[in-house]
Design a protein around this ligand. Structure first.
Ligand code: AMP
Ligand code: ZN
Length: 114
């Protein structure tokens, strides 16, 4: 996707602070952090949102949770805990149309909705 900001990050066309990368998943620091630790974990394949994922994407999307686990271990937030958020569509507040999982940590997170 040519005009997708996260695809540009994947292609290193715009800078980001990458904290994890493999052949199908990349994680980088959110540019406007909502918590002391705010990392975005995304598939390298352009999938617009959770409702656009296909059967063939199940393994990659599932593996994102394993990568979140690994990152949590690596940066030392496993004990204290963290929150994972995925926004979808207008009501969900999704702004960037490339599926992404927010990993938030580093303080007691407020505004618990569910
Ligand atoms: P969402 O509202 O769920 O679509 O989240 C999009 C997130 O992407 C926001 O938290 C933004 O701060 C973040 N973001 C937008 N542009 C960049 C960028 N160039 N590098 C890192 N994070 C970004
Ligand atoms: Zn994209």
């Amino acid at each position: 996707m040519e005009d997708c900001i996260f695809c540009k990050i994947i292609k290193k066309e715009i800078p980001s602070e990458i904290v994890y990368e493999d052949e199908e998943i990349i994680a980088f620091k959110d540019i406007n952090p909502a918590a002391p630790i705010h990392i975005l974990v995304i598939p390298k394949k352009h999938i617009s949102s959770i409702i656009d994922m296909k059967k063939e994407d199940e393994a990659t999307i599932g593996r994102i949770y394993s990568i979140i686990n690994k990152i949590a271990e690596d940066i030392g937030i496993k004990e204290k805990g963290f929150r994972v958020i995925l926004n979808c569509g207008e009501d969900g507040g999704q702004e960037v149309k490339h599926i992404h999982f927010h990993l938030l940590a580093g303080k007691k997170l407020g505004q618990k909705i569910v």
